[in-house]
Design a protein around this ligand. Structure first.
Ligand code: HGY
Ligand code: MN
Ligand code: MN
Ligand code: MN
Length: 421
C-alpha cells in the first residue's frame, strides 16, 4: 500500500479505473482546510454536494435513481418491484473533522463493485441497489443513523420532527431547505420489504485486521452503545468578584463526572467519552450557569454498559450535590447489541475464502452503522477493510489503496455470489 490520504488513491487491479476517479472527485467535497478533515453534516451545502455526486454516479451508469421519503438515495440496477433485492452502500455524511473513509469508502466501493461485475459480464438474477443513507453520524441533530432508523421504523415521524440542531433548526426544516418534503418523513415498510439482503462495506475503526494481517474481514456484531446528555445547572456570576465559597459552579461536577467516566471505563473494560460540551454563557470572565456534556458509552454487553452509565450518573449526582448544582440526565439514544445474520455472515466468509482456501476473520465492533439498524429487519452483513492505525473519526483515518481495492473485489465477489447466476 501507499502512504496516501483521502485524496489520492491509485493503482490496483480492477476492471477499469472508476474507483480512483470516484475517490478523487469525492475527496474534494467538504474538506476543512485547516484541519484536513471533513465537515459533511446532514442537509448542509457540503452534504448536498456529496448527494449531487451520488446522483451523478447513478445516472452515469444508467441506474434508476431515486430519493426515498427520508432523503436516502438509491441507485437501482434491475426493477426494485421484483423484490428480494441485494443492497449495498453506506453514508456520505461525516463527524466534525472526520476522515475520508468512514462512510464514503462503502459508497464508492459499492459503485466500483458494480462496475467490476459489469466488467466480469455478470448475469444479475436479483435487483441490486447502491444506497446512501442520510445523516448516519448524527453530528448535527444528535441522533445517529436517522435515515436508516426511519426506513426501518425504528424512529417515528414525530420523533424525527423533534430533532433540532445547535442553531435551533429542526430536521424537517433542514430537509425542506435542502429541497425535500418534510411531510413525507416516516417509516418505509414497503421499501424495506423489497430488500432481501443488505451488505455494508466500511473501513475498520480499530486494529483487529492489522493484527491478524488481513485486508478484509466480516463483521459478527455491534456492541451496545448510546448517548446521554448531562445538564449541570448552577449560577452565573462575576469571575473576579464572587468569593469561592459563594459559587455554584457547574463546571466542577462536570469535571468530576468526566473523571468518573474514565474510572468506570477502566474498571469495566467499557469505553466512555465526553466529546462534546456546551457552556452558558460561555464567557471567559463569568462563572457558567450551565454546563452540558454529552456522554458516548459502549460496552461488550448490556449489563456492563448499564453498570458504567449507572456509575457515572451516581458520581455526577454526588458531585453536583456537593457543589450546590442541579443535574439532569437524558438518554438521547440507545442501540442494543446487534448480531448480524449468521447465515449471511457465513455465506460471505465462504464466498471470500473459497478461492484461496482462506479463513476470513470475523470480528465485532464498537462502532455503530446503518447495517446495525437494518439488521433488526432484514438479513444484513458487513465487510471491514483494514485500517493500519485504527484511527477513525479524525483526519488521520487511513486505509492503503491495495486494501481498498481488495475491499472492492471482495464486495464484488459477495454481490456476485448473492445476486448473479
Ligand atoms: O459513532 C458511530 O459509531 C458511528 O460511526 N455512527
Ligand atoms: Mn462514523
Ligand atoms: Mn460510518
Ligand atoms: Mn464588568
Amino acid at each position: 500500500g501507499g502512504s496516501l490520504r483521502g485524496d489520492s488513491l491509485r493503482g490496483g487491479s480492477l476492471h477499469g479505473d472508476s474507483f480512483h476517479v470516484m475517490w478523487r472527485d469525492l475527496a474534494a467535497i467538504g474538506r476543512h482546510a485547516a484541519s484536513g478533515g471533513y465537515r459533511r453534516f446532514a442537509w448542509t451545502a457540503a452534504d448536498a454536494e456529496c448527494r449531487a455526486w451520488f446522483e451523478e454516479q447513478a445516472r452515469a451508469r444508467g441506474l434508476m435513481y431515486e430519493v426515498d421519503r427520508n432523503g436516502n438515495q438509491w441507485a437501482w440496477l434491475g426493477d426494485p418491484a421484483r423484490g428480494n433485492a441485494v443492497v449495498t452502500g453506506s453514508h456520505l455524511d461525516s463527524v466534525p473533522d472526520g476522515g475520508a473513509f468512514d462512510g464514503p469508502l462503502g459508497v464508492v466501493s459499492a459503485f466500483a463493485a458494480l462496475d467490476e461485475l459489469r466488467g466480469r459480464n455478470a448475469r444479475f438474477t436479483r435487483p441490486l441497489a447502491v444506497v446512501n443513507f442520510g445523516d448516519e453520524e448524527g453530528a448535527r441533530f444528535g441522533l445517529a443513523c436517522v435515515g436508516s432508523r426511519l426506513t426501518a421504523g425504528r424512529l417515528t415521524a414525530e420523533q424525527a420532527h423533534r430533532l433540532t440542531d445547535g442553531d435551533g433548526i429542526t430536521l424537517p426544516r433542514a430537509m425542506e431547505a435542502a429541497g425535500y418534503d418534510p411531510d413525507a418523513i416516516g417509516p418505509d415498510p414497503e421499501r424495506l420489504a423489497r430488500i432481501g439482503a443488505f451488505v455494508e462495506l466500511h473501513i475498520e475503526q480499530g486494529r483487529a485486521l492489522d493484527l491478524t494481517g488481513d485486508a478484509v474481514g466480516v463483521a459478527s456484531a455491534i456492541r451496545p452503545h448510546g448517548r446521554w446528555r448531562f445538564d449541570f445547572r448552577g449560577e452565573a456570576n462575576h469571575a473576579g468578584t464572587t468569593r469561592t465559597p459563594d459559587r455554584r459552579d457547574p463546571m466542577l461536577p462536570y469535571a468530576e463526572t468526566v473523571l468518573a467516566a474514565r474510572r468506570e471505563a477502566e474498571r469495566t473494560g467499557a469505553v466512555a467519552t465526553f466529546g462534546k460540551i456546551a457552556v452558558e454563557p460561555n464567557g471567559v470572565n463569568a462563572i457558567p450557569s450551565l454546563v452540558r456534556g454529552w456522554l458516548d458509552s459502549r460496552a461488550v454487553d448490556q449489563q456492563t454498559l448499564d453498570t458504567v452509565v449507572g456509575g457515572i450518573e451516581k458520581a455526577a449526582r454526588a458531585s453536583a450535590a456537593a457543589h450546590g448544582v442541579d443535574v439532569d440526565l437524558v438518554r438521547e439514544s440507545f442501540t442494543p447489541v446487534v448480531e448480524f445474520d449468521h447465515a449471511l455472515r457465513d455465506e460471505l466468509a465462504r464466498i471470500l475464502g473459497k478461492d484461496a482456501g482462506l479463513t476470513v476473520p470475523v470480528l465485532d465492533t464498537g462502532a455503530g452503522h446503518d447495517a446495525g439498524i437494518l439488521a433488526g429487519s432484514i438479513p444484513t452483513a458487513m465487510l471491514f477493510v483494514r485500517n493500519p492505525t485504527g484511527v477513525s473519526h479524525a483526519p488521520a483515518e487511513f486505509a492503503a489503496e491495495d486494501d481498498c481495492v481488495a475491499g472492492v473485489r471482495a464486495l464484488a465477489d459477495v454481490l456476485e455470489g448473492l445476486a448473479c447466476a
